[in-house]
Design a protein. Sequence first.
Length: 178
Amino acid sequence: MSLIKFYSLSFVFVMVFCVSTSSFAFETDAFYKIIAKHSNKCAEIKNMSKETRANIQQGTCNGMDYQLFKLHPESNGTFSIWSKHSFKVLDADGGSCDDRTNIQQFYYHRGSNQKFSLEPTPVDPNYFLIKPTHCYNKCLDVKGISTEEGANIQIHDCHYGENQLWRLEKSENNFNPK
């Protein structure tokens, strides 16, 4: 079971996850790379698109804005995940809970299919399952355990495979002109 604590530090809002003896903290005003364990590749917006419904896939990490995301606290320990590049959020297509439901970027409408929880894993304390909160026991998943450029990110039953384990790495590119 995870405990979530909020601290206010010099106008920086910090969220801390504490699970057993491990913990992870992130700054809500910072941008992060979301990196898949099995491929060491980053979640990214396909073709650097700013369009609604643009696909989310994995690609070689390069630190560009289309691979950077901000976690915005919502209710009950959930988060919306905002793209720095497009100012849109990750979204489970159509609110479906079916395996292989596509993850896309979409305008923010506060839907439950745009809220996620981060669950630390017993497999590796440096990695998390990213779970859409509108579905039971579903996780962000790189399709087919692929390590290829452009492999699709979808939701699938959670099985703790390395294609469902993600780590957050703070970007040095945190300037946001908007």
